[in-house]
Design a protein around this ligand. Structure first.
Ligand code: BDR
Ligand code: CA
Length: 316
């Protein structure tokens, strides 16, 4: 049976790759995308999501734009990482699909409450939409089958500050609300995503297949690879969000530990730091399955294989 999923994203280069992975995965039925600002503004993110859906013949999937800024923090976008409008150097036709008329927060609530226990939410951006949805409809806390969040850095360095990972750092207050809400939560931190490096050789393999999908992947990742080279000395690019998405149908890619995870919202140098309680004393009950080990080669093979299937399906 296919899993019903929703994606809450800030598309974003690796968000775009995660959307493509969802569309290429027969185990999943992607039923909607909600947009939050982060890698780019929510207007750009919405346009980018609809461009990506159009590339893979999926413009019937609704895209609902949510909030336009974080709960408390000022809005910051990551144009140095994802390009001025979020998709790097990709040249993609404008979408013909209109945005869904509903606000993203209402959309999340409506979908989840229409089928309690059925949807998996893959949240691959800051958690502002989900935090507001939980305030508006507290029953949401038990309405999802699973919430997978790409975010945080537990034993490893942050990628915005030495302590904080980008999605959490953009809206630490929202993350705090969500992590304390009692959701069936899986956290996918940098500890595992930074082992998943998509390299130029993978992109070159896909470019053998003449398709708008392979050209999109090449254009968008060229910017991302340049960023990782320049700022992090990485030969390739980290595909954080596709790993989180893959866990919706292939949880065996990672090993999780069930712990209590919390977020620093005190406003000092470790603002947005996520920390796990590994000692079984002095903390609340575990609130998340946290991915702490990954099989990077198995995941990268899966990702590239599925992108190849999409490229073959949509030739020039
Ligand atoms: C996360 O932040 C964004 O740059 C990526 O899209 C990913 O969701 C990684 O820290
Ligand atoms: Ca993202």
């Amino acid at each position: 049976m296919t899993k019903r999923i929703l994606i809450d994203a800030d598309p974003g280069i690796d968000d775009a790759l995660a959307i493509l992975l969802a569309l290429a995965s027969p185990e999943l039925n992607l039923e909607g995308i909600t947009i939050v600002p982060g890698n780019c503004s929510s207007q750009d993110g919405s346009r980018n999501a609809r461009k990506v859906l159009q590339l893979a013949g999926a413009s019937q999937i609704p895209v609902a734009r949510g909030v336009e800024r974080p709960l408390v923090q000022p809005l910051v976008i990551a144009s140095e990482t994802h390009g001025p409008t979020g998709l790097g150097y990709a040249k993609t036709p404008e979408p013909t699909q209109a945005e869904d008329a509903r606000h993203g927060v209402d959309f999340l609530i409506e979908q989840a409450m229409s089928a309690p226990g059925e949807y998996t939410l893959v949240a691959i951006g800051p958690l502002t939409n989900l935090a507001l949805a939980l305030r508006r409809e507290p029953r949401l806390a038990t309405a999802f089958a699973q919430v997978i969040h790409m975010g945080g850095a537990i034993h490893t360095s942050g990628n915005v500050t030495p302590q904080a990972e980008f999605n959490v750092w953009c809206d630490p207050h929202a993350t705090h609300m969500v992590y304390h809400a009692g959701l069936p939560l899986t956290v996918v931190p940098l500890d595992v995503t930074y082992q998943c490096v998509l390299m130029q050789k993978h992109v070159d393999h896909l470019l053998q297949f003449k398709s708008p999908v392979s050209r999109f992947i090449a254009g968008t990742t060229r910017f991302y690879i340049e960023f990782h080279n320049e700022y992090q000395d990485i030969d390739g690019c980290i595909i954080n969000d596709p790993l989180a998405l893959a866990l919706a149908f292939a949880p065996e890619l990672v090993t999780c530990q069930e712990i209590f995870v919390d977020v620093d919202i005190a406003g000092g140098v470790s603002m947005g730091k996520t920390f796990g309680y590994f000692y079984k004393m002095g903390q609340g009950a575990p609130n998340a399955q946290v991915a702490l080990a990954v099989k990077p080669e198995v995941f990268l093979d899966l990702f590239v294989d599925r992108m190849e299937v999409l490229c073959r399906k949509y030739p020039d």
